[in-house]
Design a protein around this ligand. Structure first.
Ligand code: ADP
Ligand code: ASP
Ligand code: MG
Length: 413
């Protein structure tokens, strides 16, 4: 008898008919003799709707109350799912994060899982029940409800698979697996059969939201093989596993975008030791994650500092920085939310030059202006205007021949 964790995303449980269909799918796996733990997201659009309600009431919603609110989306789907199983004549029990207990840090809206108590889940499984757990949420030591950040149900599923030492962790979604780029914006995107944890970490960190980055980190740490697949077909999806020599070794293996960032510039900052620390300390103390940072060197004693933050943190970051700018005598703080980060990713890039310049040429050919650039051993990212995202993705996917398998390096640059 195997223990299987299956997670279904928002579109998979988007209405009651879909919930019933997913329950049937889980039941057929259960009837084959497997113990089933099911993790569910809120119905698609529900988390956004709840965030909208919060913003209509409080300009910068209190984060503890935000967690109280947005965690309700998952409570709806797990209870309905358990009812669907019972209606079909089997037994299920739905559990929220605090009933499990999934204990987290108290960083509201982006909490991290500290521990999972698997006792109650195991008792229900031993009683033959399908255990249905609300994704995306946990509870602090003080008993306050927390959420894990957008897309966090993937992380709940992998963390449960690790804690329960499950035989498999399957992430069911609305696409057939992990592709060379988002198949919803590039028709020529190609499904990858097997991908290493490290490469998936890069793709996820740069915006491929098919798997939440923290879920990939946990899968790697606890060696949980993850199968990403479609809710709507029986086809084999993508296996995220440890690297092996049979994997594709393309120079560039994926193109990603992230429309979830905003740019902030502090102009004419005094160019002195300690200034960057004064700027970024209050930001990190507020739990705001900074991504790209660029500091220009200017003639004289002033410099400009530009960086990106997650869009939902933009208002809070701007407010903090206006105070900091006044304290350090910077001239002004400005920003823009209509930006996107497009990236090319590939572990094969390590030993090759010329990839970044090829990317710049392709964007130039499409008339797309690059606002910021950042590179690492295995990726190149450019910040561009948001409205050019799809154009950039398709052009880069085509130029690096990602629609074809195992293209030799010379042909990719
Ligand atoms: P769920 O609600 O099931 O968690 P998500 O919307 O979070 O689903 O993730 C699935 C979506 O990820 C797909 O619909 C697709 O648009 C997007 N996506 C972005 N990049 C990729 C990629 N490289 N491969 C597959 N899907 C991707
Ligand atoms: N419902 C949450 C979200 O929309 C968590 C998830 O779906 O993974 O971000
Ligand atoms: Mg998701």
């Amino acid at each position: 008898m195997a223990l299987i964790v299956q997670k279904f995303g928002g579109t998979s449980v988007g209405n009651t008919d879909k919930i019933k269909a997913v329950a049937q799918r889980v039941l057929s796996c259960h009837k084959q003799g497997n113990q089933m733990v099911v993790v569910l997201s809120a119905m698609s659009g529900e988390t956004d709707r709840l965030i909208g309600l919060a913003r209509a009431v409080q300009q910068m919603p209190d984060l503890r109350e935000m967690d109280m609110l947005v965690s309700t989306g998952e409570q709806v789907t797990v209870s309905l799912f358990a009812m669907a199983v019972k209606e079909a004549g089997s037994d299920a029990v739905s559990l929220l994060g605090d009933q499990v207990t999934i204990q987290t840090t108290n960083m509201h809206t982006k909490a991290r899982i500290k521990s999972i108590d698997s006792g109650r889940i195991k008792r229900h499984l031993d009683d033959g029940k399908i255990v249905v757990i609300a994704g995306f949420q946990g509870v602090t030591e003080e008993g306050d409800i927390t959420t894990l950040g957008r897309g966090g149900s993937d992380t709940t599923a992998v963390a449960l698979a690790a804690a329960l030492k499950a035989d498999a962790c399957e992430i069911f979604t609305d696409v057939e697996g992990v592709f060379t780029t988002d198949p919803n914006i590039c028709a020529r995107a190609r499904k990858i059969d097997r991908i290493s944890y490290d490469e998936m970490l890069e793709l996820a960190s740069l915006g491929a939201k098919v798997l939440d980055i923290r879920s990939v980190g946990l899968a790697k740490r606890y060696k949980v093989p993850v199968h990403v697949r479609s809710t709507f077909t029986e086809n084999e999806g993508t296996w995220v596993v440890e690297e092996d020599k049979n994997m594709e070794s393309m120079l560039v293996s994926g193109v990603t975008y992230n429309k979830n960032e905003a740019r902030i510039t502090i102009s004419k900052v005094p160019d002195q030791p300690g200034v960057a620390a004064k700027i970024f300390l209050p930001i990190s103390d507020a739990g705001i994650v900074v991504d790209m940072i660029i500091q220009n060197t200017r003639a004289g004693s002033m410099t400009d500092l530009t960086f990106t933050v997650i869009r939902s943190d933009y208002d809070r970051a701007m407010k903090l920085l206006e105070q900091v700018a006044a304290e350090i005598n910077a001239e002004s703080v400005s920003g823009a939310q209509d930006i996107a980060k497009v990236s090319i990713v590939g572990v094969g890039m390590r030993n090759h030059s010329g990839i970044a310049s090829t990317m710049f040429q392709i964007l130039a050919r499409e008339g797309i202006n690059i606002m910021m650039i950042s590179t690492s051993e295995i990726k190149v990212s450019c910040i561009i205007e948001e409205k050019y995202t799809e154009l950039a993705i398709r052009a880069l996917h085509e130029a690096f021949a990602l629609d074809k398998e195992n293209v030799p390096a010379e042909e990719q640059v």
